[in-house]
Design a protein around this ligand. Structure first.
Ligand code: BGC
Length: 430
């Protein structure tokens, strides 16, 4: 049952990305850097969660939890293993996943670029290579037929993070950190052009909505003053939100906040409650990000929460964080902000860009057998999807000691709006 705050057809789902779950993404630049040590990453992705083979099991889990949407990404390095030579077999693989979503009543939300580039592109200079946009366009053109019936497509995941990471690598650092300094302007310009080119091609697919997702940093004035705060916010968030004006939707991704102090960013210290990634525990981030995004876009663009979650080994904390985040989302929606869905990051404990340590998953994965184990938070999230009002009104009853649930199966009766899977109007808030 849903209420006016969460309209019928609202998407409740979980997100993943290819490199973080598929395993053996050997043609990508990330794989290369993991294995040659050039970016100083602690861990390798290896087999990851073996979702390249186990995707049917993953989709079954999403359905059985009672969710109605699944976000995943298509891997450019697999689709175009060599420039100009797309792989029909790989395209057929991703088509099977999209159809697998439809068969299970899940709305697919597909991302075309989630951090990784083909290693051959990186060797050419990456996003700043003179042919980067032509290569990306060629990739998107190859993927178009596979996207038939897909209602939501994210062109580029977190262009601001991609530009941060590019800048950080130029300075010799590799792995993403809480605050990476100014994003690379040249890469930002290239990503903006790539997004526009993809959007034009995707417009030809009937019923498909396209947009990009922004990692909302939630810049707050903690001594910097309003002008400096606005400047920082423009640099790391708002210039990317401005690009989304006129898009079919914008993806909101929020985890924490950035406190702008008098002498620079105030990074979370020992006195702050922190998560496994070292970020400040700040569930209010989602409501802040949704309100900020909507205000920046002048209320003109529908929002989809494409990521929100917490890295924690305490599953009760995951429930508490998510409950508070979703309650904030509900408040923003009750004020009239048009949000079409909430996709939790992440379905699985996956490869966190250089480390296996932070666990964001609703479902644990054994790193040797790849057995999936549903956590109590996943079961709670399924209840939230089925009855948000009642679930938000009730204090979560999750045993913090019971971090994983040995019963892999959840409620098989539980499905939400199963008929809406490939319906482009599913989730329409208005
Ligand atoms: C990314 C995910 C990542 C998550 C947690 C987002 O920046 O899109 O790939 O795992 O945050 O760090």
């Amino acid at each position: 049952m849903t209420t006016a705050s969460f309209p019928p057809g609202f998407l409740w789902g979980a997100s993943t990305s290819a490199h973080q779950v598929e395993g053996n993404n050997v043609g990508s630049d990330f794989w290369q850097a993991e294995n040659d040590g050039s970016w100083g990453l602690a861990d390798r992705s290896g087999d990851a969660c073996d979702s390249f083979h186990r995707w049917p099991e993953d989709l079954d889990l999403v359905r059985d939890l009672g969710l109605n949407a699944y976000r995943f990404s298509i891997e450019w390095a697999r689709v175009v293993p060599a420039p100009g030579r797309p792989s029909p077999a790989t395209l057929a693989h991703y088509r099977r996943i999209i159809e697998g979503c439809g068969e299970r009543g899940l709305t697919p939300v597909v991302t075309l670029h989630h951090f990784t580039n083909p290693a051959w592109l990186t060797a050419e200079g990456g996003w700043t290579s003179k042919d980067a946009i032509a290569h990306f366009t060629e990739y998107v053109r190859a993927v178009l037929p596979v996207l038939d019936g897909v209602p939501w497509v994210c062109t580029i995941n977190e262009p601001n993070m991609v530009a941060f990471m590019a800048a950080s690598r130029k300075r010799g650092g590799g792995a993403p950190a809480a605050y990476l300094g100014p994003p690379d302007a040249e890469v930002t310009a290239a990503l903006t052009r790539a997004h526009a080119a993809a959007r034009d091609l995707l417009a030809a697919v009937p019923g498909l909505r396209s947009g990009w997702t922004v990692a909302n940093q939630n810049v707050q004035d903690h001594g910097a003053g309003p002008d400096r705060t606005a400047e920082i916010s423009y640099l790391i968030d708002d210039q990317y939100l401005d690009v989304a004006k006129g898009d079919d939707f914008v993806g909101v991704q929020a985890y924490s906040r950035l406190r702008a102090g008098e002498r620079g960013p105030l990074l979370p210290g020992p006195d702050d409650r922190r998560t496994m990634t070292g970020w400040e525990y700040y569930p209010q981030a989602l409501e802040d990000a949704v309100r900020h995004t909507d205000a920046r876009l002048g209320g003109s663009t529908p929002l989809l929460v494409t990521e929100n979650g917490i890295a924690t080994g305490d599953d009760g904390e995951r429930v508490a964080y998510t409950r508070e985040a979703v309650a904030g989302l509900r408040r923003a929606m009750a004020d009239g902000i048009d949000v079409r869905g909430y996709l939790h990051w992440s379905l699985l404990d996956n490869y966190e860009w250089g480390s296996w340590e932070p666990t964001f998953g609703l479902v644990a994965v054994d790193r040797t057998t790849f057995r999936r184990t549903v956590k109590p938070s996943a079961r709670w999230f399924g209840r939230l999807a089925r009855d948000p009002e009642a679930t938000l009104a009730t204090e979560a009853e999750v045993d913090p000691e019971a971090t994983v649930d040995p019963e892999a199966k959840v409620d098989p009766e539980a499905t939400v709006d199963a008929g809406t899977a490939l319906d482009p109007d599913a989730g329409a808030g208005a």
